[in-house]
Each structure stands twice: as C-alpha cells, then as structure tokens.
Ligand binder design. Structure first.
Ligand SMILES: *[C@@H]1O[C@H](CO)[C@@H](O)[C@H](O)[C@H]1NC(C)=O
Ligand SMILES: *[C@@H]1O[C@H](CO)[C@@H](O)[C@H](O)[C@H]1NC(C)=O
Ligand SMILES: [Ca+2]
Ligand SMILES: [Ca+2]
Length: 310
C-alpha cells in the first residue's frame, strides 16, 4: 500500500517536471502562449494609430497579428472578453484579402496629419469582437494585438532577457538596451520588466562613464519630450508635509546606497513642482528629475555577473 502510494507520487512528480520543462514556452512576461498555434500574443489596450501599433509590436520582437487561422481569432476573442470597455475593433496585420469597411464611424484623432485624404481611406484591417475582419481608417485610435511565433521569439542567453538590442559591457558586467520608443516612466519601468531586465540604476562612476559614452551615439526616438533625457530606475514620492523629496531606486536604495548620486548642474530642481522621476542627462551622464508623465527614451539594464565594488 505504502509502496504503491510512493510510486504514484514519483510518477506524478515526474509528470509535473516533464510538463513544466517541455510544454511551457516562455517569452516576455506580458505575452501569453498558445500551444495550438505555438505562438505568443499580447493585446494592447492602449489606443494608437495603425502605424504606431505596427511599430510597438516590432519593438516587442513581434508583429501585428495577421488573423491567419481560426485559432488566432479565438485567441483574440479570449483576450478581448476581459475588456468590455475598449470598443469593438482591434488593429490586426494586413492579410492581403479584400474586406468590407467597418460599419460604425470611427473616432478620428484630431491630431491626425492635415493631409486628411489619407485618413479617409479604409485600408487598414481590424478584427471585430465578433471575429470578422473589416477595414478601418488607418488614423483611428484603436487597441491592437501583437503576435510572435515561438520559433521567432528571441531569447538572448548572454544577457538572459527576452528581446533584441541588448549589448553586454564587460567593464561593468551588465547588458544595456536603449529604447527605440518614448514612454512615460511607468511604461518604461514595465517595458524593461517584461523583457526580464530593469530600468537602469547607476552603481559606480565606471558605469556612469560607460553610459555617458553610449548615450553620445544614441539615436533620436520619435515622440520624446526631450531627446537628451533618458528615464532611469529611480524616483521620489510627493511629500505633502513640506519635507524634502527622497529619491530611491527601484530596489529601494537611496542614490548614495546605490553607488552614484551626482546630479546635473542646478538639478534636482523639481520644475513646476512636478518632477518626481529620474533621468540621465546625455550631455554629462548625470541625473535630472523630470515629470513622470512626460515621455522619454529609456535604458534597460540586466546584470550578467556580480562585480565587486572597487
Ligand atoms: C524601503 O526602505 C525603507 C528604509 O530603508 C524601509 O523603511 C521600507 O520598508 C522599504 N520599503 C520596501 C518596500 O521594502
Ligand atoms: C506633469 O505632471 C502632472 C502630474 O504628474 C501632469 O498633470 C502635468 O500635465 C504634467 N505636465 C506638466 C507640463 O507639468
Ligand atoms: Ca547598474
Ligand atoms: Ca529637473
């Protein structure tokens, strides 16, 4: 009796191990895996123009999902069910077939390019809540769904992150990636985390000098409030009782504890009383406080090996 129980435990345990190691594929934490299509998906509920949706999917190592199979459509259906308030249309990739225009008049973004003839064309594709593929004006603001096949879902084993663009620097023992998009501080924080890294924290003068050099050649991203600031992993909380702000890293250290605490000239200045998030200033590699809801490029970091403090 006892032996039998023991054996069934061993079998169960072995089964559990087997299923967790073989069938569970992994990608960014914000993507879900579908074993039927052997692909990963993410429904973005923020609303953007069609070309922005394509770009965001690309930066995540994916592309706008082309509804290639019934499984793809069921995947979106399962995801959109959880969001009754995001409307009935979701951007998808162009499947190359002809479709009817969506019936409902879309909300046109007033900031769309003044060349309005563009926005009158119904030549971008949407998937409806009901599983139909329709066409829609490309300058509507809609949610979107990204997809990447498991074979194309990139894992960078050197840096232990999901995604492209990380570079390893031996002098510091970390990998870094400068974003190709401008995000708010919170979005930037989530983006690094989804890839398995974190917003950069400077821990030494060596690291500061390295980043200063890397930033010299950083490409300009669109939509940034200022091309010379890059979000970093520290911020302060608003104080209501007049006590000074205390900047802490995302690891709950003061900047002194983290190992680098130099600010740019005349910073932190808390301009307009609204600057609670940290950036690195390209011109000197030092810190500046900015508005958390402004959008800037940002730097993700992943430590590869521990280096002893010099
Ligand atoms: C952060 O550090 C402070 C002071 O060292 C401590 O009081 C606080 O509990 C910490 N917070 C978290 C979330 O660990
Ligand atoms: C700065 O941040 C606040 C709240 O975080 C926001 O309401 C405001 O619009 C932002 N912009 C400026 C220019 O202050
Ligand atoms: Ca660091
Ligand atoms: Ca400032």
């Amino acid at each position: 009796m006892q032996v039998k129980m023991y054996i069934s435990f061993v079998v169960l345990f072995a089964l559990a191990l087997a299923s967790s190691s073989s069938s569970k594929k992994q990608y960014r934490t914000d993507y879900v895996y579908n074993s039927k299509t052997d692909a990963f998906y993410k429904l973005h509920i923020e609303t953007v123009w069609n070309n922005r949706a394509q770009f965001i999917c690309q930066t995540e190592g994916a592309s706008l999902m082309i509804p290639a199979s019934q499984q793809d459509i069921m995947q979106l259906h399962a995801m959109i069910k959880e969001f009754p308030d995001i409307g009935d249309y979701v951007w998808v990739g162009n499947d190359g077939l002809d479709h009817e225009p969506a019936e409902e008049q879309p909300i046109i973004n007033l900031e769309a390019p003044t060349d309005i003839t563009l926005s009158k064309k119904y030549d971008c594709e949407v998937l409806t809540r009901w599983g139909d593929v329709d066409t829609h004006t490309c300058y509507s603001l809609l949610p979107f769904i990204c997809k990447v096949k498991a074979v194309n879902a990139r894992y960078d084993s050197k840096c232990d992150v999901y995604g492209d663009g990380y570079l390893y620097y031996e002098s510091v023992g970390s990998c870094y990636k400068i974003s190709r998009v401008a995000f708010t501080w919170s979005q930037a924080y989530e983006e690094c985390r989804a890839e398995g890294s974190h917003l950069i924290v400077l821990n030494s003068m060596t690291e500061e000098q390295l980043i200063y050099n890397i930033l010299k050649t950083a490409p300009r991203v669109t939509g940034t409030n200022a091309a010379w600031f890059f979000f970093a992993g520290f911020r302060a909380h608003k104080t209501t009782d007049g006590t000074p702000r205390v900047f802490k890293t995302i690891f709950n250290q003061t900047l002194e504890e983290a190992g680098f605490n130099q600010w740019s000239v005349n910073e932190p200045n808390n301009a307009f009383g609204n600057e609670y998030c940290g950036t690195i200033f390209k011109n000197d590699g030092k810190y500046n406080d900015v508005n958390c809801s402004h959008q800037y490029s940002f730097i993700c970091e992943k430590e590869v090996k521990k280096v002893r403090a010099q």
